[in-house]
Design a binder for this molecule. Structure first.
Ligand code: ZN
Length: 304
């Protein structure tokens, strides 16, 4: 059986000590990995990691919406637990660039480093044969501070245009806030309507069944993390998405699935996500693992 973690961050600091072992553990157990960049430095590092391995490690390059402006995030946002969980705020130390400061242990908050989407730098990376998508990009209304909606939209549109020009799909990060700013899912769809030739995957999907159907009808895929192993409200959603349009992911180092809760997450644990999807779909693990792997091959079109 083959598995694939379509959205991992082994390129983040959380793996500084044992990165190669983490990757090897997954590959040795027939589990492929796609590392996702969230800023220029983490994107470059994801590509470098992909280059190190002959097969089974790929990269996605882009600018996460929370990194489109510098904003302070309170420690209370950190912590695992379904939709309340904070994404992607680790960075790499390797490049010697200014870092997102984030200290989980000390209980301090962190400041997201603002970055403008520089099309040409990302285009260079995007052309690499091991880069299989553009992202993670989109709209994050949960972490929005002040009126930065227009800034997020500008970076999002830039990345959709890049995806279109290099002929690769999007890896979308879409997250709602308290509703005051609007619905991030419908706003994202309205933007995407301007680019009908571009498709994508909605990572860590946490919208409604109606939101999911709107993306599916546009040809998009939807991926689920380990959150489905411990949060029951995802069952209806997983049931509603056809098996041929689901991708499996961990979003590691975040949202560790059962039975590893409390430990740092890693790509190998995507197997638990696939098991849970099989359970909800009432299908055999063999069939579901095979289908999810085929979905990823079709969606990303891996090249050596
Ligand atoms: Zn992510």
């Amino acid at each position: 059986m083959k598995y694939i973690d379509c959205h991992a961050h082994v390129n983040f600091d959380a793996y500084a000590e044992d990165r190669d072992e983490v990757i090897k553990r997954a590959l040795d157990d027939n589990t492929w990995i796609i590392n996702v960049g969230t800023q220029l430095d983490t994107a470059k590092f994801a590509v470098e990691l992909a280059e190190k391995y002959n097969e089974g490690v790929y990269a996605i390059v882009g600018l996460h919406p929370v990194h489109t402006s510098a904003s302070y995030h309170d420690e209370s946002e950190i912590g695992e637990g379904g939709k309340e969980f904070t994404p992607h705020l680790f960075s790499t130390k390797e490049k010697g660039l200014p870092l997102t400061t984030f200290s989980k242990k000390s209980g301090e908050g962190f400041t997201s480093r603002g970055e403008e989407f520089e099309m040409e730098s990302y285009r260079e990376l995007a052309k690499h044969p091991k880069v299989v998508a553009i992202g993670e990009c989109g709209l994050d209304y949960f972490h929005m501070e002040g009126d930065t909606k227009a800034i997020q939209e500008k970076a999002f549109r830039g990345q959709i245009e890049l995806a279109k020009s290099v002929g690769k799909p999007l890896m979308l990060h879409i997250r709602n806030g308290n509703g005051e700013i609007g619905n991030a899912y419908s706003d994202a769809l309205a933007i995407l309507d301007d680019y009908p030739e571009v498709i994508g995957n909605v990572h860590f999907f946490a919208g409604t069944v109606e939101d999911a159907e709107a993306f599916l009808s546009r040809g998009f895929y939807i991926s689920f993390t380990g959150v489905i192993t411990f949060a029951e409200d995802y069952e209806k959603l997983v049931r509603a998405v056809p098996l041929n349009r689901i991708l499996s992911e961990t979003d590691c180092p975040f949202v560790t699935p059962k039975p590893y809760r409390g430990k740092r997450n890693e790509p190998l644990y995507v197997q638990e996500v696939v098991k849970k999807i099989a359970e909800i779909k009432e299908e055999s693990l063999e069939i579901v693992a095979e289908k999810l792997f085929e979905n990823a091959e079709r969606f990303f079109g891996f090249k050596k």
